[in-house]
Design a protein around this ligand. Structure first.
Ligand code: GLU
Length: 311
């Protein structure tokens, strides 16, 4: 009698992705673009997709924005797994990691003023306070991590090989700000590890920070992951990136099917014309089935008439 074997897995159950918006403004078309790409990358692999709210910087956090982001994702049917991770709840984990790095001699207090640094060319920190390693910190200070070694390179799923020489291009970077806020690279690597993230998919505007994050990941002994940096949307009229800094307005989610269809076009997935009037759930099902991230390979920005999707 022939034994029956289960069919070999065609999906990747180990895939774990996330979307990590900062609640500093509305969920604009550019954020939804990244969210949809991340959702499809995870779901097309039968993987998990998590939501993290990057509310690390209290003065920049807009009350109610985190809730509005969640309602916006739900309106499009972009449901995430498990509970939402709030960075504001993770301060103890950041402090513990910083202590470990300090004990290992990687972190030092920096009392350089903005004025002193501004006078220095190119924005690369020249390591003036390195001599303070192991010394009691001065009253007002930031904490920096040492960088060393050669070029740090990684193979981005979409943008190819990305290399940065941390010492000459970045310098020792800040992990804890003078105003008592943990810096994004530290928080993000710790949170990605806590959520077991296997691939970080996000906007290409954050790619420059990735070598810093890999440096920290290695110092902290955290698992390595892959990166996929998707293009950013730019306003076809002004040429500006759609971002909260540029005051991009909230995307109109009143017609989720129409919005999803439009976003899939911008994601270069070429949705068939007959899907245009379909319900959001049907469009999303098609997209999960047909998602090809490679269609975004090598693209850095995509121009969009953002006014079409404003309320
Ligand atoms: N919170 C960051 C942002 O909204 C994204 C962080 C990330 O994806 O690593 O720009």
């Amino acid at each position: 009698m022939r034994e029956s074997f289960p069919s070999p897995p065609t999906r990747f159950p180990e895939y774990r992705g996330r979307f990590a918006p900062s609640p500093t403004g509305p969920l604009h078309l550019g954020s939804l673009y990244t969210a949809l790409a991340g959702f499809l990358q995870a779901r097309s692999r039968g993987g998990a997709w998590f939501l993290r709210i990057d509310d690390l910087d209290p003065p920049r956090t807009v009350p109610g924005a985190a809730d509005r982001i969640q309602r916006g994702l739900e309106a499009l049917g972009l449901h995430w797994d498990g509970s939402v991770l709030y960075q504001s709840q993770r301060l103890a984990a950041y402090a513990a990691a910083l202590d470990r790095l300090r004990e290992a001699g990687w972190v030092y207090a920096c009392a350089c003023s903005r004025k002193q640094l501004a006078a220095h060319a190119a924005g690369v920190y020249p390591g003036w306070c390195r001599a303070r390693i192991g010394q009691p910190p001065p009253a007002a200070h930031a904490l920096r991590v040492r960088v060393q070694g050669g070029t740090l390179a990684f193979d981005d799923t979409l943008q190819g090989r990305i290399a940065q020489h941390l010492e000459t291009e970045v310098g020792d970077f800040i992990l804890y700000r003078r105003d008592a806020v943990y810096a994004y690279p530290l928080a993000t690597v710790l949170d990605d590890a806590a959520q077991g993230i296997t691939e970080v998919l996000r906007g290409i505007d954050l790619m420059d920070s990735t070598p810093r994050q890999i440096h920290l990941e290695r110092l902290l002994g955290l698992p390595a992951k892959t990166y996929a940096h998707v293009p950013v949307l730019v306003d076809a009229h002004t040429g500006q990136k759609l971002s909260k800094q540029n005051l991009a307005p909230a995307a109109d989610t009143a017609e989720p099917g129409r919005l999803l269809f439009h976003l899939l076009g911008l994601l270069k997935q070429a949705p068939p014309a007959e899907l245009a009037g379909a319900a959001a759930a049907e469009i999303l099902a098609w997209a999960v089935e047909n998602w090809e991230v490679r269609r975004l390979a090598g693209i850095e920005s995509i121009a969009v008439d953002a006014r079409r999707f404003q309320p």
